[in-house]
Design a protein around this ligand. Structure first.
Ligand SMILES: C[S@@+](CC[C@H](N)C(=O)[O-])C[C@H]1O[C@@H](n2cnc3c(N)ncnc32)[C@H](O)[C@@H]1O
Length: 254
């Protein structure tokens, strides 16, 4: 596997957002929105950003923190697979980080989303996607915390028959984008650093789901076993500040 020094170098290579309309897919708590805002300010770009998420929980805070960085910042609650409010051939750049696997909780919605990205992008418009590698493609021993955390989260979700993140392998993503019509496809794998505290919060949320007793398979030993595994992992993660995860950035052009 070819490792680049930092994902940031690859992310910003040949990516100029000056006088551009950018669509961000998956605002969430604004990690990538902050990353874009910092770059825009550093290089004094005049950028209009439309950031879309199905969940608007963090919009107010992000608007307060970041609107002064942009020519225009629009936070929009919508499903990325139905971007009806955006015309065809309108957007210069789409950036979609760690969101496709979330959209992909529901089969084929990720494909509809990629088709929407294609529709709203101008000819020659750029697409940038950042994602974690699928767990089945990674040696457990190479990323022990990441691997254990994902296995616990996914197992609890399956146990409760819940929809859960489905990471997409970069070669499958490349082929799907090619089928849609994208060109100049290439990707790089890298190690992403994950904040352990944030990772613990999500694990704890899953533990609460487990204890809520909805959709159970009515086996208290199984539930107790998973609670123990989760608590042990949370404890281990509390001892470490951060851990690494296998990720990739894929770039394409319409
Ligand atoms: C892991 S978070 C994104 C992280 C963020 N982009 C970053 O770089 O840190 C995934 C986000 O995707 C959003 N999401 C999932 N399915 C979606 C959909 N169909 N349309 C819009 N947003 C969606 C979730 O609400 C969640 O906020």
């Amino acid at each position: 596997m070819y490792q680049i020094h930092t994902a940031d170098q690859y992310l910003w290579e040949n990516l100029n957002l000056d006088n551009k309309l950018v669509l961000e897919g998956g605002t969430s708590w604004g990690n990538t929105t902050h990353r874009i805002a910092e770059k825009v300010s550093e290089l004094k770009w005049k950028t209009r950003l439309v950031s879309v998420d199905i969940d608007d929980d963090h919009f107010d805070q992000i608007e307060k923190d970041l609107s002064s960085h942009f020519e225009e910042l629009q936070l929009r609650r919508a499903d990325l697979s139905q971007l009806d409010f955006l015309a065809n051939n309108l957007v210069d750049v789409v950036i979609c980080n760690y969101t496709l696997s979330s959209v992909n909780q529901f089969p084929l919605r990720a494909v509809k989303t990629l088709r929407e990205f294609y529709r709203v992008l101008k000819p020659d418009g750029q697409l940038v996607i950042m994602e974690e590698m699928p767990i089945w493609s990674v040696e457990k021993g190479d990323y022990p915390y990441w691997s254990q955390r994902l296995r616990v989260i996914k197992s609890i979700s399956v146990l409760k028959a819940m929809a859960h993140f489905n990471e997409i392998h970069p070669t499958d993503l490349e082929q799907t984008l090619d089928m849609i019509g994208f060109r100049n496809l290439h990707y790089q794998e890298f190690k992403e650093i994950i904040n352990a505290e944030m990772a613990t919060r999500f694990l704890d949320k899953r533990k609460q789901t487990l204890l809520r007793g909805v959709n159970d398979i009515d086996n208290e030993h199984l539930t107790k076993g998973f609670v123990e595994i989760t608590e042990k992992l949370v404890h281990e993660l509390e001892q470490t500040k951060e851990f690494s995860a296998p990720a990739y950035i894929l770039k394409a052009v319409k």
